[in-house]
Design a binder for this molecule. Structure first.
Ligand code: FE2
Length: 165
């Protein structure tokens, strides 16, 4: 991956010391300055919300799992994409493993249970829906036992962006 040390002597401007800037609808995030937040009710799962756009029903985020952690089985009510940045992970329902550089495209209707191998994992992910509903949480019989909507992600937003002139 990119070597941050190569930037040490460069003047990187405002984002070097500020997690977020905003100019109109344009947002930039220095994700290195955003803290991981533990995901409620999902041990070993962490999130950094990068940008949340309620107008376009979209959320972009980094997602991290500790070694051997799982996330609840769920059905997507949105289009989801994920680019694996670190570690090796998979879905309990499949044989495939994802590793750094793997890109995943998951249309609405995909149901699965993501888990990390012994390496843990970090992905960049983006959900884009047609309403504020993003995921349905499923039990072992595929009955819907909960919903995750944009409000769920909003609770993990750490701070408001700095408005640039
Ligand atoms: Fe998913």
């Amino acid at each position: 991956m990119f070597d941050l040390n190569a930037l040490a002597n460069l003047d990187l401007g405002i984002l070097a010391g500020t997690a977020r800037t905003r100019y109109g609808e344009i947002q930039n995030v220095n994700s290195g300055l955003v803290e991981w937040k533990a995901v409620d009710g999902q041990p070993g799962n962490y999130i950094k919300v990068l940008a949340l756009d309620p107008v376009r029903h979209r959320v972009d985020f980094l997602f991290k799992q500790d070694p051997h952690a799982s996330f609840a089985r769920h059905n997507h009510v949105c289009t989801a994409v994920a680019l694996t940045l670190e570690g090796i992970w998979g879905y309990r329902e499949g044989e495939e493993l994802m590793f750094p550089g793997t890109f995943s495209y998951e249309p609405s209707g995909s149901a699965h249970t993501p888990y990390a191998t012994g390496t843990g994992m970090v992905v960049y992910a983006s959900f884009q829906g047609s309403s504020e509903k993003m995921l349905e949480i499923l039990d072992e019989n595929d009955q819907v036992i909960g919903e995750l909507n944009l409000d769920f992600f909003a609770q993990y937003q750490d701070e408001m962006p700095l408005v640039a002139a």
